[in-house]
Design a protein around this ligand. Structure first.
Ligand code: DQA
Length: 151
């Protein structure tokens, strides 16, 4: 049964391919590959498969979310800097109809003012932020709970 359902889509936005080397004092030393490995392992425990996608391009992220409407069951997304600017990603999320959880490694509310606003916050089911790489794992658990409310 669980093998037949559509995977959860994990989207990583711009500069997250640099994790490990990028501002480790802010984002930690865990690489994106390590985050994805952890997500694959946890998803398996929770009875889900995942598709992971990283892009530095806004349009590519929009296109992958559009595809997700057919190919995926839900969305775990760290939009990176596009969190604060992208009406296009917000619109794609709404149009997809996917339940989404927004995650951030850092606590964006403890940082510069321009990071305090998220254009996805009110169209996501919820947000997990400030826990480093663990934000993704907590977010995946939360999303799995939304997608499988009886569990
Ligand atoms: C981030 C926070 C954003 O403000 C920033 O532009 C990022 C990473 C985070 O995960 O903490 O690229 O989304």
């Amino acid at each position: 049964m669980s093998a037949q359902r559509k995977p959860i889509l994990v989207v990583h936005g711009p500069n997250l391919n640099m994790l490990g080397a990028r501002e480790p004092e802010v984002y930690g030393t865990t690489t994106l590959a390590e985050i994805d490995e952890g997500l694959v392992a946890l998803a398996g425990e929770l009875g889900w498969a995942i598709d992971t996608f990283q892009s530095n391009g806004e349009g590519e992220i929009v296109s992958r979310i559009q595809e997700g409407a057919e190919r995926n069951s839900g969305l775990l997304i760290n939009p990176g800097a596009y969190t604060h600017t992208s009406v296009a990603i917000r619109d794609a999320l709404i149009a997809s109809g996917l339940s989404a959880v927004e995650v951030h490694l850092s606590n964006i509310h403890r940082r510069e003012d321009f990071r305090h606003r998220s254009l996805l916050a009110d169209v996501a089911v919820g947000q997990v932020l400030g826990f480093g790489a663990a934000s993704y794992l907590l977010g995946l658990r939360a999303l799995a709970g939304v997608l499988d409310p009886e569990k």
